[in-house]
Design a protein around this ligand. Structure first.
Ligand SMILES: Cc1cc2nc3c(=O)[nH]c(=O)nc-3n(C[C@H](O)[C@H](O)[C@H](O)COP(=O)(O)O)c2cc1C
Length: 168
């Protein structure tokens, strides 16, 4: 039996700084979205990414049943959207004009970057559902990303270092 408690797990993993995204989907014509920082690039050929979504959340159901979703990576100026889409039980799109991507999935207008995906596969892992998406469309704009570190939104600063060579 493990003795790792959830608060400690969250506190320690919170040292791993991330960006912030809103995953969006649709179910029975109703748009859903939730703020995530569990976004990870999985594969380049084919282009796959994953997000880990809370097993009970409405967005999780919308995305796994609908078979499509968009990942909207937020800019430093979109913290208000990160907070809006993290509110439990709220109608996250209330008052927002719903824009759609090329695959018809609701998207966040003016996101820092956007990746539209088909669900490749999904499986339950503990209290979350791991959703692997195959990227169909993607775009990005200039700007600064929103960061998340130790439970707080933060800036991610480009210090102009040399780019890293990728050997794999
Ligand atoms: C910065 C940040 C990152 C989050 N990352 C995730 C995540 O990766 N997976 C997840 O299930 N919930 C994550 N959450 C919590 C969800 O955003 C929140 O529980 C959800 O939007 C509530 O929606 P619901 O009413 O449909 O349950 C995160 C919240 C914040 C503020």
């Amino acid at each position: 039996m493990t003795s790792v408690d959830p608060a400690t797990m969250r506190d320690v993993m919170g040292r791993f700084a991330t960006g912030v995204a809103v995953v969006t989907g649709e179910r029975h014509g109703v748009p859903h979205g939730m703020t995530v920082n569990s976004l990870t690039s999985v594969s380049l050929r084919p282009p796959l990414l994953l997000v880990c979504l809370s097993a009970g959340a409405r967005s999780t159901e919308a995305i796994t049943a609908g078979g499509r979703f968009a990942v909207n990576i937020l800019s430093a100026r979109q913290e208000h959207l990160a907070r809006r889409f993290a509110q439990r039980g709220a109608d996250h799109f209330a008052g927002l004009s719903v824009e759609r991507g090329r695959h018809g999935v609701p998207v966040i207008p003016d996101a820092f970057a956007r990746l539209e995906c088909d669900v490749d596969r999904h499986f339950v892992a503990g209290d979350h559902v791991v959703v692997i998406g195959e990227v169909r469309e993607l775009r990005a704009r200039e700007g600064e990303p929103l960061g998340f570190l130790r439970g707080k939104f933060s800036d991610i600063v480009d210090r102009g270092r040399e780019p890293v060579d990728w050997f794999f």
